[in-house]
Write a new protein. Structure first.
Length: 546
């Protein structure tokens, strides 16, 4: 195995023996083989799109398959064998449909022709070097190909959530298959790959906008909300991940059953949506970011439903309480499938909850969030006034991810040490590093404004663009906004590429720069966009406030 797609890549270079995330080599190889298979499938899909062959099933398959390979999403080898098999069937189906139209593709890449009729043959293929990241020898080309692939994975995750709410955009799907196939194309120059990387950012913006539209048109615009972090004395289900349609179905099915529902990690922002406020069994948020789940699931006592990543391989003693759905999975944990209409039956989890103890309280009080674009626009006068009067000197976008590395304490210290006339704009699970600190407010504006999930970084961009308009500036970079982003997995990659597409410069990325950026590719990003790493809190705050 060789994997360097996330921030925790071993030794800052890549996991080779086993994943720091808990991914075993066999699983890592199978994930590579699924990506490889989807790249081969994309070659056919790109041709099929030109002649208007129906690609609904293929696009849906690719979006789901990409999501399955995101860090901490799916650890179930069987799910990968099954999905690769489906990919080969879809590929052969497209090939036949193209042939029926007289189109025969020649000189095909191995990814578009390989086949296997058993798990052991798939395993052998998965283990071969042509399939993995290291198949590309030139480190700069490899770096760009992977940067594009990871961006597309993040894009697929967001497209998947939008799809679950009935929102799709064929141009996004077309870009995904174009980009996947392009990562196999040896005729593309480094410059062309750089251009494709930036185009990935453009489609990243489109996908986040699509998901924003899906979420807000279905559940209303997030609004300022106080979220309870304590517990009640009822049996309960903890729901994690990002999928709001799964949450809605769970709330509908638990209504009146005496079973409460709490959010964990990235599901916290669901409380900000008006549509979920009508459920009186939707109690609050339990715990913190994904990496604290082992202890927190233990004390939660009830069943846990994962709708997406981030899964940490569970302790044996609470494994039977973990359920997965959608693109997530873990061997030994029950996976709930959707029916053909996208409906999921969570009755087994609800019955399970009834037999278990209510959650043990680990904290009390509340946190405030809900500052997505519409809510901030509603407060625009106040915000603009505070900037004009000098009450707010600077905004710090600190979106992204949290993680288990000690070095991430930097973000807590950074938040604590920021001067009182600054405001943090956050989204994603990065917020857990400072969303429970008593940072106060500026004339009623909280000093930490949480827009929502990592995909709601889109809201932060919309807010920045609005401020640019209000202050009549020519360039988004003239705003008093600094970007100090914490990244972990591939959704953060698409968020970063999206911000670059919007013209944001001087983004600082930590706690370390991605292992998949070769020195030359990193140099391009530094020189073109002013991307930088982090050093220490004091020096960085000084640098940002200069
Ligand atoms: Fe976090 Fe995990 Fe939302 Fe990620 S829970 S790390 S970037 O899945 O997607 O922010
Ligand atoms: Fe390592 Fe991250 Fe890949 Fe897991 S996802 S194997 S931790 S680089």
């Amino acid at each position: 195995m060789f994997c360097y797609q996330c921030q925790e890549a071993a030794k800052g270079t890549g996991c080779t023996l086993a994943g720091v995330c808990g991914k075993k080599p066999e699983l890592a190889n199978l994930q590579d083989l699924l990506i490889y298979t989807m790249k081969g499938l994309s070659i056919f899909a790109n041709e099929a799109r030109k002649v208007e062959i129906d690609l609904n099933q293929v696009d849906e398959f690719i979006v789901n398959g990409l999501f399955m390979t995101i860090t901490n999403a799916n650890f179930d080898e069987n799910a990968f064998y099954q999905t690769i098999r489906e990919g080969l069937i879809l590929r052969e189906g497209l090939k036949t449909k193209l042939e029926e139209k007289g189109i025969v593709l020649e000189n095909l890449h191995d990814s578009a022709t390989w086949t296997a009729d058993s798990n052991s043959k798939m395993e052998a293929k998965a283990d071969s070097v042509v399939v993995g990241v290291l198949a590309t020898e030139n480190e700069d080309v490899r770096s760009l190909r992977e940067l594009i692939t990871y961006g597309v994975k993040g894009m697929a995750a967001y497209a998947h959530h939008a799809y679950n709410l009935g929102k799709e955009n064929n141009e996004i799907y077309a870009f995904i298959t174009k980009a996947l196939a392009a990562t196999l194309d040896d005729t593309l120059s480094a410059d062309e790959l750089v251009a494709l990387t930036l185009e990935t950012g453009k489609y990243g913006v489109d996908t986040m906008a699509l998901l924003d539209e899906a979420n807000t048109s279905t559940y209303g615009n997030p609004e300022i909300t106080e979220v309870n972090i304590g517990v009640r004395n009822n049996p309960a289900i903890l729901i994690s991940g990002h999928d709001l349609s799964d949450l809605e179905q769970l709330l509908e099915q638990t209504k009146g059953t005496g079973v409460d529902v709490y959010t964990h990690s990235e599901m916290l922002p669901a409380h900000y949506y008006p549509a979920f406020k009508k459920y009186d069994n939707f109690v609050g948020n339990y715990g913190n970011a994904w990496w604290k789940q082992k202890e927190e699931f233990e004390s939660f006592n009830g069943p846990v439903l994962f709708t997406t990543n981030c899964i940490v391989p569970p302790k044996a003693n609470h494994m039977d309480r973990i359920y997965t759905t959608g693109a997530s999975g873990f061997p030994g944990c029950k996976h709930i499938e959707a029916d053909e209409n996208g409906k999921k039956d969570f009755s087994e989890i609800i019955e399970h909850a009834k037999k278990l103890d209510s959650p043990t309280e680990i904290e009390t009080g509340s946190i405030v969030g809900g500052f997505a674009h519409a809510q901030v626009f509603a407060l625009a006068d106040k915000v603009v006034e505070a900037v004009k009067s000098g009450a707010i000197k600077k905004f710090f976008v600190m979106a992204g991810c949290d993680g288990r590395m000690k070095s991430r304490d930097y973000y807590t210290d950074f938040a604590k040490q920021l001067p009182d006339d600054t405001v943090i704009l956050t989204a994603g699970c990065a917020k857990y590093k400072y969303n429970k600190l008593p940072l106060g407010d500026i004339g009623g504006i909280p000093r930490v404004l949480d827009a929502g999930q990592c995909n709601d970084s889109y809201s932060l961009a919309v807010i920045a663009l609005k401020l640019k308009e209000v202050f009549e500036l020519n360039d988004i970079n003239e705003l008093p906004i600094a970007y100090n982003i914490a990244w972990y997995e591939q959704k953060a990659v698409i968020v970063l590429l999206a911000l670059l597409h919007l013209g944001v410069k001087n983004i600082h990325l930590g706690p370390t720069l991605p292992a998949f950026l070769s020195p030359n590719v990193a140099k391009v990003l530094v020189e073109t966009f002013g991307i930088g790493g982090i050093t220490n809190v004091e020096d960085d705050i000084k640098m940002f406030l200069q």
